[in-house]
Design a protein around this ligand. Structure first.
Ligand SMILES: Nc1ncnc2c1ncn2[C@@H]1O[C@H](COP(=O)(O)OP(=O)(O)OP(=O)(O)O)[C@@H](O)[C@H]1O
Ligand SMILES: [Mg+2]
Length: 248
C-alpha cells in the first residue's frame, strides 16, 4: 500500500505588527508626572478610541505620540520604529498628524490660507479638490475668515488641514466637543469615509455614543494609565463598567 502523505498544514501567517505600539509610556509637564504607564496598540486601518474622564491623560497621550511633550519615557513604536525620543518634526514627516482639541484655526486667515498652512510632509496628501469632495461646505467658505466659521466648520477645517500633509495616521482629540448633533453625525461620516480610504485613526472622545458609531476598539484611560480595553463588538457587555469608569 502506498505511503499516505500528510498534507502540510500551511504555516500560520504572522500577525502584522501594529502601526502604533505604545508601552509603559510615562510623561511629565515640568515636575508633574502625568502618565504612569500607558499601554495600547493601533492596527492598520483601525479606528481606536481612548475614553476617560476629564484630566485622565488622553490629550497628554496624543501629544506624547506627536512628540510635543518635553519629557516622556517608555516606548512608542510607529511602523516598527522607536519614536520615543524623536522630534515632533520627524514624527510628522513619518506620517503622523494631530488635530488638537482647540482646533487651532487662525482667525485672521481665511479658509484657504488655513488649509495651506501646514507643510506637505510626504507624498499622498489630499489635493484641495479631494478635500472639497470630503467637505463641500469648506469650498463654499473658501474666502471666509476663520472667525466667521461655525464650530462645525472650524472642526472640518481642522481635520481637512491635516489631510493635506500626507499623514496616514490621524489623531483627533475630541472632534465632536461642543457641536450640534447633526454636525456630530457629519464628523462621524467623515471618519468612516477616511477609514474606508485606508487611514488609521486614533480618536479621543468623551462622547462614547458617538465613538461607538465609528470605533473598532476602545481603551479606558484613568489617572495616567490604561486600565481596560475592549472591542466595539463587546461594548454592550462592558456598558456597566463603562458607566463606572466614565461616571456617566
Ligand atoms: N500644560 C500642562 N501643564 C501642567 N499640567 C497639565 C498641562 N496640561 C494638562 N495638565 C494636567 O495633566 C493631566 C492630564 O491632562 P490631559 O489634558 O491629558 O487630560 P484629558 O484626559 O485630555 O482630559 P480632558 O477630557 O479634560 O481633555 C490633568 O491633571 C491636567 O491638569
Ligand atoms: Mg483632553
Amino acid at each position: 500500500m502506498p505511503e499516505l502523505k500528510m498534507a502540510q498544514a500551511p504555516a500560520a501567517k504572522p500577525a502584522a505588527a501594529p502601526v502604533l505600539a505604545v508601552q509603559d509610556l510615562q510623561a511629565w509637564y515640568g515636575e508633574s508626572h502625568i502618565l504612569h504607564g500607558i499601554n495600547f496598540n493601533v492596527n492598520a486601518g483601525e479606528v481606536v478610541t481612548l475614553l476617560g474622564r476629564n484630566g485622565a491623560g488622553k490629550t497628554t497621550t496624543l501629544k506624547s505620540v506627536m512628540g510635543i511633550i518635553g519629557k516622556r519615557s517608555g516606548s512608542i513604536r510607529f511602523e516598527n520604529q522607536e519614536i520615543i525620543r524623536a522630534s515632533s518634526d520627524r514624527i510628522a514627516r513619518m506620517g503622523i498628524a494631530f488635530c488638537p482639541e482647540e482646533r487651532g484655526i487662525f482667525s485672521s486667515l481665511d479658509v484657504r490660507e488655513n488649509l495651506l498652512l501646514p507643510p506637505t510632509v510626504r507624498a499622498g496628501g489630499l489635493s484641495l479638490d479631494q478635500i472639497f469632495d470630503l467637505f463641500p461646505n469648506l469650498k463654499e467658505r473658501l474666502t471666509s475668515q476663520g472667525t466667521k466659521l461655525s464650530g462645525g466648520e472650524q472642526q472640518m477645517l481642522a481635520i481637512a488641514r491635516i489631510l493635506r500633509t500626507g499623514a496616514r495616521f490621524l489623531m483627533l482629540d475630541e472632534p465632536t466637543e461642543g457641536l450640534a448633533p447633526v454636525i456630530i453625525q457629519q464628523i462621524g461620516h467623515t471618519i468612516a469615509r477616511l477609514k474606508s480610504e485606508g487611514f488609521t485613526i486614533l480618536l479621543v472622545e468623551q462622547n462614547f455614543r458617538f465613538a461607538s458609531t465609528v470605533a473598532d476598539r476602545y481603551y479606558i484611560v484613568e489617572h495616567g494609565k490604561v486600565i481596560d480595553g475592549f472591542a466595539n463588538s463587546e461594548l454592550s457587555a462592558n456598558m456597566d463598567k463603562l458607566h463606572t469608569y466614565l461616571g456617566v
